[in-house]
Each structure stands twice: as structure tokens, then as C-alpha cells.
Design a protein around this ligand. Structure first.
Ligand code: GRF
Length: 198
């Protein structure tokens, strides 16, 4: 299926950027149709604007009622004819209403080899800190389907990154992020081409 991707982001948006670029250079048969950000000052918002992609700030700050927020998000996804939701550094839990509407059509990336170092409270540097604290010899990234639990849905793809003795959480974060970009792009390419059925 030609993908019409709705990206949810909260921060820098480097994964989102990699996906936009891969759609535009033809690697992924699809396009990023819309971006939803819960943080109006996130760099992801600037990136989306620079790419000429519609971007919406939707969060508890402008929609204090959770049902209203769900409705606003669903309207935006429908308006832009989204057929796949991609969470890229999105720091909020997806609501059951969106998961129901986009059943098996919501993906997330996690900066570790799930099921290791996943679950509630495991995000960002906390993940890399846990890898170092546990003296893991390898880490990486995982793209998975999103369900109602944190970091729990079916795994669609993983990439392994070797942990060296001198690595710190900061070094690991810098090593893993470019691998995330490649993994997300490759997973979406496989979905768009039909190689990977979800
Ligand atoms: C990535 O490490 C992602 O795995 C995590 O948050 C980071 C987001 O980076 N969930 P970016 O916003 O895509 O640059």
C-alpha cells in the first residue's frame, strides 16, 4: 500500500526527518502527510514546517479533555487520509481510541533491544543508562507495533549495536540514533513494498 504516514513527535524529530527524506527520495513508497506534536516548541515542528508538511500542536494544554483531544487527533488523521501512524520520539501514551481506529497500524521505535529495557519510565537516556548499568554487551533499537502497554507490541525489526567497555550512556545514545533512522526507514520500506505484512 502507498503509505500516507501521520507522524507523532515530541522533540528533535530526527527519526521523522529520516522518514520524510526516505519518502522523498523514493526509498519508501509513501509520504508523510501530517505531523502531530504535543510540544509546540519542539524542533520537530520546525522540521515539519521546513519540509512543507502540515503540522498540528495537539496536547492536553489546548485540549484539556482527553476525549476532545482524541477527537481532534482522529479528525486530523482522517483529514490527511493517514493509513499508518508512526510514533517518532513521541512521549505520550497513545489513546485507546486511536489504537482502536488504527488497529495494527501504529508503530513506535524504542532505543534498545526489546524486551530488554522497555516499559513504563524507560525512555531517552534512562534506557542507555540501564544498558550501561546492566553491563550489556549489546544494545540497539526496535521498531514495534503499539498496543495498550508500553513497548509491548509485536516486534517488526531490530538493529544491534555493540556496547564497548568505554561507552557511556551519552556515547550509546549517539551511536544508536543513526541506527534508529536506518531501521525505521527500512521497516517502513518493507511495509510499503508489501515485504512485511502488518
Ligand atoms: C529516539 O531515541 C527514540 O527512540 C526515542 O526518542 C528519541 C527521539 O529522537 N523514543 P528524535 O526526536 O527522532 O530525534
Amino acid at each position: 500500500m502507498r503509505l500516507k504516514i501521520g507522524v507523532f513527535a515530541s522533540h528533535g524529530g530526527s527519526n521523522m526527518q529520516a522518514i520524510i527524506d526516505a519518502c522523498r527520495d523514493g526509498t519508501i513508497d509513501g509520504e508523510v502527510s501530517v505531523v502531530i506534536c504535543n510540544n509546540s516548541t519542539a524542533y520537530a515542528v520546525d522540521r515539519a514546517r521546513a519540509a512543507g508538511i502540515p503540522v498540528y500542536h495537539l496536547s492536553g494544554s489546548n485540549y484539556p479533555d482527553a476525549d476532545d483531544l482524541d477527537e481532534a487527533m482522529l479528525l486530523v488523521l482522517e483529514k490527511h487520509k493517514v493509513n499508518l501512524v508512526v510514533l517518532a520520539g513521541y512521549m505520550k501514551k497513545m489513546s485507546p481510541a486511536i489504537l482502536k481506529k488504527f488497529s495494527n497500524r501504529v508503530l513506535n521505535i524504542h532505543p534498545a533491544l526489546l524486551p530488554r529495557h522497555g516499559g513504563s519510565g524507560m525512555y531517552g537516556m534512562k534506557v542507555h543508562e540501564a544498558v550501561i548499568a546492566d553491563e550489556d554487551t549489546e544494545t540497539g533499537a526496535t521498531v514495534h507495533l503499539v498496543n495498550d502497554k508500553y513497548d509491548d507490541g509485536s516486534i517488526l525489526g531490530q538493529v544491534v549495536v555493540k556496547v564497548e567497555e568505554e561507552d557511556t550512556p551519552d556515547i550509546l545514545a549517539k551511536k544508536v540514533l543513526p541506527q534508529e533512522h536506518m531501521l525505521y526507514v527500512e521497516t517502513l520500506r518493507r511495509i510499503a513494498s508489501g515485504e512485511l505484512k502488518i
